[in-house]
Design a protein around this ligand. Sequence first.
Ligand code: OSB
Ligand code: MG
Length: 369
Amino acid sequence: MMISRIERYRVRLPLRIPFETSYGRLTEKAFDILLVTDELGNQGIGELVPFEQPDYIEETIETARIISQNHLIPLLTNKEITHPKEVADLFYEVKGNQMAKSSLETAIWDLYAKRHNQSLKNYFNKTRLQIPVGVSIGIQTNLDELLNQITSYVEQGYQRVKLKIRPGYDLEPVQEIRRKFPNLALMVDANSAYAIEDMQHLKKLDIYDLAMIEQPFAANDFLDHAQLQGELKTKICLDENIRSLKDCELAFSLGSCQSINLKIPRVGGITEAMKIVEFCQEKGLLVWLGGMFESGVGRALNLQFASQKIFTFPGDISASDRYYYEDILEQPIEIQHGEIHVPEGLGIGVTLSEKKLLKYGLHETIFIR
Ligand code: OSB
Ligand code: MG
């Protein structure tokens, strides 16, 4: 197949409640929806997910647009693509910039599946139609408010809670949650807010039966994480560190973690994500699917991928209404009894609402062959 046109919608969706992490506060999510059309008129959809600030990882939505426009799209131009696995190879000469790469690569996977009249999940191993999901909760300095939020998510059926922490907001909220929810599947995520000097402090989290502690140290640190993992019985999970299979191999060989938060966009797309899943399975690393406050498009992609039975640990894949008043799909993604149904249509299985896209975004054509 040949790519004949690429369009995008630049969208901003207001969040229902501001989301605070160790590095900042988000009130609105900006993202691009990419529409990639082939020579037969089939259309694939992708989402560009980076934040506006380089505070989670270095990529931002603006740098990603520049990399796509000036470097990635030219590499797709006039190329015959027989399988979406080739896209990562076409992009190989561009270093890093995984989220920019993923937005195009995942759109091409969707396009390929639609062209062959297949649901995307048919390209993955051992899939199911319902998947267990969890919820990630931002920093709330009011602990009553925090407990109320958790109560409401547990009532909605979410099967696991992830609490964002930072120095000064860690042991106390965890202790309060444990007091009220002794059996809740609970984990924490520090988004790189600690350093090796905090080792003794972090060891105090070991008594709360947490499913894991996500990304305590810097996004490029493997050694300090290995030292901490050596002293903890709780699993360490790496998120920001993991950009490729190579990073997983390094983390595994050093003992930096026992769990991987896999985000398709952070590793450059589906092809690399599949290799990581295979590696984790082979080595016995717990792998689970993370999120980036995706709109319905990225959420549908995550559901397709997380339909693989290896994803037993509930992902950060909430219903649309957990974050947004309104999504950009015709049908919002909903939770039922703690599970979300994997969309069954062709490709990622969901339909865009052009009306909602134009309400929250701007349309432009960025490539024509
Ligand atoms: O660290 O996992 C993270 C959201 C944006 C950026 C980084 C992270 C998160 C989340 C929420 O924790 C995941 C989600 O529900 O989309
Ligand atoms: Mg994280």
